[in-house]
Design a binder for this molecule. Structure first.
Ligand SMILES: Nc1ncnc2c1ncn2[C@@H]1O[C@H](COP(=O)(O)OP(=O)(O)O)[C@@H](O)[C@H]1O
Ligand SMILES: [Mg+2]
Length: 331
């Protein structure tokens, strides 16, 4: 897939905007607040189905009644996303749907400035980060996650009710155990795959012999559904007392290590940047291995955060991908 152009109407600050894309590298250059990230946001919606940073209501240009984002591909086909203040819909080949059809989704490597703080951010932001990646590898990961989150919300609501009996929680426990163990297994598998190349990529950026890896930090050590269910049931009193579900994959974390020491607190700024860069390269490799597609690469303002050598690595690594870059500086 090669994007030929993007057209936006009432999308954030853009009343009417048009971008011609190059086959290889397109640079969106402009000062802060001119709407660069918004263009990447539109592309992300058109390829992944929803924004990486906001709701449609926040995206809709203030005072306007609808937004529209249109993407034309090199082969002439179009994807259109519209939002009328209540409902978002996608139009592909004259067919209108509420969600972007799976067949129209396209893998994306998104690199935004906050990714550079991934190592020191909250466990929740790391979970969100990896969920986004794993969903691109595997649509059923995403389906399981949506079902898990829904069941978790229901169980947590019930836990706040008076006169609750253990049997009231049963059906939610079953769903959490089912999807929780699926997700836990997939997380462990994908982190193992990332780790198998992580050090090599990192060393190629740094030119040294340091080792990096990610520890999948989870309480779900025995990954059987039955065991998961038993623990949820045993936690009944404790969960009522605390007021939410205390066991499960929603408490997982991913810990980055440099030479077997936690990178958070020990890695320098340069090392941290290289760790994230290596992670992005591996994401692209794994997506290619699993989907046989070279992902689209969206780089938001990260060029200015990287030194000359890391910029070179970035460009070299993605030389066969279509890249769209935003930048305040002239690059
Ligand atoms: N719903 C909206 N309606 C109108 N303007 C908006 C809306 N949402 C954001 N903006 C404005 O759009 C501008 C573009 O934001 P952004 O794409 O993040 O810019 P950049 O990445 O170029 O710094 C910001 O000045 C912001 O205040
Ligand atoms: Mg921006």
């Amino acid at each position: 897939m090669i994007i030929k152009s993007i057209k936006l109407t009432n999308f954030r600050n853009h009343t009417s905007y048009f971008l011609n894309c190059k086959d290889r590298t397109t640079i969106i250059h402009g000062e802060n607040g001119c709407g660069k990230t918004s263009v990447l946001e539109a592309i992300y919606i058109l390829t992944r189905g929803k924004s990486f940073r906001a709701t449609d209501q926040e995206i809709l240009k203030r005072g306007k009644e609808f937004y529209r984002a249109e993407m034309e591909l090199e082969n002439g086909s179009k994807t259109i996303a519209t939002y009328d203040g209540k409902i978002k819909s996608f139009t592909v080949l004259d067919k209108k749907t509420r969600r972007l059809p799976k067949k129209q989704k396209y893998p994306v490597i998104l690199f935004i400035p906050s990714d550079l703080n991934l190592i020191s951010h909250s466990p929740g932001s790391r979970r969100k980060y990896f969920d986004q990646i794993f969903s691109q590898f595997n649509e059923s990961y995403n389906d399981a996650l949506l079902k898990y989150d829904k069941a978790l919300k229901q169980r947590n609501e019930l836990l706040k009710k008076e006169n609750l009996s253990p049997s009231d929680l049963f059906s939610w426990n079953v769903l959490l155990a089912k999807y929780g163990s699926i997700l836990s297994n997939l997380r462990a598998e994908y982190i193992k795959e990332i780790n198998s190349n992580f050090t090599k990529k990192y060393q190629s950026i740094m030119g040294n012999k340091d080792k990096v890896d990610i520890i999948y930090n989870t309480e779900i050590l025995e990954k059987s559904e039955a065991k998961y269910l038993t623990i949820l049931e045993q936690n009944y009193q404790k969960d009522i007392f605390i007021g939410h579900t205390t066991f499960g994959i929603h408490r997982d974390d991913y810990l980055f290590r440099l030479n077997q020491k936690l990178a958070n607190g020990s890695a320098s700024r340069g090392e941290t940047r290289s760790i994230i860069l290596a992670l992005k390269f591996i994401e692209a490799d794994l997506i290619y291995q699993k989907t046989n597609t070279k992902p689209l690469v969206l780089l938001d303002d990260v060029f200015s955060e990287l030194d000359e050598q890391r910029r070179k690595h970035l460009v070299n690594n993605f030389k066969e991908n279509q890249i769209i870059i935003t930048s305040v500086e002239n690059i």
